[in-house]
Design a protein around this ligand. Structure first.
Ligand code: HEM
Length: 561
């Protein structure tokens, strides 16, 4: 057994230290060369020049995952390694294998609800989600909250939300129609974020947030969310963030405004529920996050109000940003993989024929969702290659991982960073096509639900891919509560838009064309691109340029008449 206290001084935990003034100055100037202590095995340490990994990889410091990947590769791709990034942050234990990640996230006798969340999440994003957030709470308080909200995400209840998802999707399509008509080059991020915000707004509050309505500047919640979210541009929650004082002050201001707007919404709902006797039965059927949180509450004390506000903010944030990224990645991936695009369109032709998808979805919701098999495989593959989130944990009670060599390593007081980006591109699992978009690998195994899969992480489905090697929603008790909602949204949106439009990337990641202007196809059947659409880190991992595209009506099905 190895314990961090046995490590050389460089790795001994000292807490979140604000270092000597010279070092802080160097960090601010960007001139500091970090001394990164790392190891393949706990006993062997090497000093590595961090600057090389940040600037020397050719991928720039745009995303923490790329830096981690570079360090990991140059150290022989170990299943975990330690990084001493003090005093910027706690020491980090980078977890790169799905087997080790599984040990961290599963429930055990000593870690009943899996290893607790890292304090860096609350330190980094507390202002966005609040200190009582379901995402960061632990122990029995977390358990109680999760139990309260689970009914709002039960599969049968989610199906009742399908009409809302379809309606919001049609508003989204109106926007895309207008873009196609005007041939305007646009950033897809705001369109995707607005549609997912509108959907999650209904799920959380039962209120139309009108995020897609340009004639109004959005309600107070949407507006303050946008402003607050913008202050997180370029942040990962793992390092350096505390240095920017101006940003921190701006953040406090918008965070307070958001809090007030959310609390007003909660108070209105509380009054509505308690207004007339008849509403009790109505509210019993209302499974919005807000109604579930207010159920059985007679006295809305300041503490309760704050806790509910924190849950509402958490759901609103976690429920729109990640799904928006997924949509952008899918539109782009399908635009450069012509064979996949043809297959997904063929599937939609089979299911909808010449009918309006809306009618089919509303007439046969369950059957239609299940029929979208290739569509689901595309979603699963996009989440594998471009996972929007990750997980960060920290233990304090002697938690040990067992390595593939049988060593036991104690990871107490380190941030365990479960890097989905590296884990889900593991060549040992995904072979030579680990970095390629191949939805076909999931046919026969399109289930995305962590709840229904085999808990021990063994092989499943015809894909024969270990279950735990696909973990964009994380696994174990702290898995994503909204995963089926995200999956439903993505399926509906793809089914409605993929036959109607052609998405053409402009700028970063643009397709290379021949002298006749036709895309050049590579040996794998993919369009060659002039560059890679890298991701930046702004809490989550987002396409760097906000996915600049031109939208065209797809000729075969063009109904823009
Ligand atoms: C593609 C879409 C999504 C992805 C990739 C995603 C990813 C994740 C991940 C990785 C976690 C675990 C985080 C950790 O271990 O610290 C998580 C938790 C969570 N997600 Fe999602 N998520 C998505 C969509 C949603 C949606 C639509 C909602 C809202 C309904 C949502 C609400 C939450 C909440 C509340 C948690 C905390 C759950 C708990 O700790 O009990 N997510 N999500």
């Amino acid at each position: 057994m190895t314990n961090p206290s046995d490590f050389p001084e460089a790795l001994q935990f000292s807490g979140f230290r604000f270092a000597d003034p010279q070092l802080v100055k160097d960090l601010e100037n960007g001139s500091n060369t970090f001394n990164v202590a790392m190891q393949k095995k706990p006993t062997k340490l090497t000093d590595v020049d961090m600057t090389y990994h940040v600037w020397g990889t050719g991928r720039m410091a745009c995303n923490l995952n790329y830096i981690m990947e570079s360090i990991w590769k140059s150290n022989g791709r170990p299943e975990f390694l330690f990084l001493d990034v003090r005093p910027a942050q706690y020491p980090v234990a980078l977890i790169t294998s799905h087997e080790l990640a599984e040990q961290v996230t599963k429930a055990t006798k000593t870690q009943q609800y899996s290893v607790t969340k890292s304090p860096t999440i609350q330190e980094g994003f507390g202002q966005l989600m609040g200190k009582y957030s379901l995402l960061t709470e632990g122990g029995e308080s977390w358990k109680g909250l999760r139990k309260t909200f689970n009914p709002g995400f039960a599969p049968q209840h989610l199906l009742t939300l399908l009409p809302v998802v379809v309606e919001k999707t049609y508003t989204f399509m109106k926007k895309l129609d207008a873009l196609a008509k005007s041939s305007t080059v646009t950033e897809m991020e705001s369109y995707c974020t607005n549609v997912t915000f509108d959907i999650i707004g209904e799920v959380v509050t039962n209120i139309d947030c009108k995020a897609q309505d340009e004639t109004v500047s959005g309600n107070d919640i949407v507006r303050n969310f946008r402003m607050l979210g913008a202050t997180y541009a370029g942040e990962s929650g793992l390092a350096f963030e505390w240095l920017n004082v101006r940003k921190r002050i701006t953040r406090i201001i918008y965070s307070q405004r958001l809090d007030v707007a959310v609390k007003n919404c909660i108070k209105d709902k509380f009054t509505e529920i308690n207004a007339s006797p008849g509403t009790t039965t109505k509210s019993a059927k209302d499974r919005s996050v807000l109604a579930l949180a207010l159920r059985d509450i007679d006295d809305l004390t300041p503490h309760l109000l704050q806790s509910i506000a924190d849950q509402v903010k958490t759901f609103l944030f976690a429920g729109h940003d990640t799904t928006s990224i997924l949509l952008q990645r899918l539109f782009y991936a399908l635009s450069i993989h012509p064979q996949c695009l043809a297959k997904i369109r063929a599937e939609h032709d089979d299911i909808f024929g010449t009918s309006d998808p809306k009618e089919i979805f509303l007439a046969r919701p369950d059957e239609t969702m299940k029929a979208l098999v290739y569509t689901s495989a595309c979603i699963k593959e996009a989440l594998r290659l471009w996972p929007p989130a990750s997980s960060a944990r920290m233990s304090h009670n002697g938690f040990k991982i067992r390595t593939s060599d049988g060593d036991e390593v104690c990871l107490d007081e380190c941030v365990m960073y479960l890097c989905h980006y590296i884990i889900q591109r593991d060549r040992k699992v995904y072979g030579d096509t680990a970095d390629d978009f191949v939805p076909e690998r999931w046919i026969g195994d399109i289930d995305t639900s962590s709840a229904t899969t085999d808990d021990n992480g063994s092989l499943t489905g015809s894909s024969k891919i270990p279950i735990s090697a696909w973990r964009p929603f994380e696994r174990g008790p702290r898995n994503c509560i909204g995963q089926e909602l995200a999956n439903m949204e993505a399926r509906v949106i793809l089914a409605c838009v993929m036959r109607r439009y052609d998405f053409v990337k402009v700028g970063l990641g643009e397709v290379e064309t021949d002298e006749k202007g036709k895309p050049i196809v590579d040996e794998k059947g993919k369009y060659k691109t002039k560059s890679e659409l890298l991701s930046t880190m702004s809490i989550t991992s987002k396409p760097m340029d906000k996915t600049v595209m031109r939208i065209k009506m797809h000729e075969r099905d063009g109904r823009d008449g």
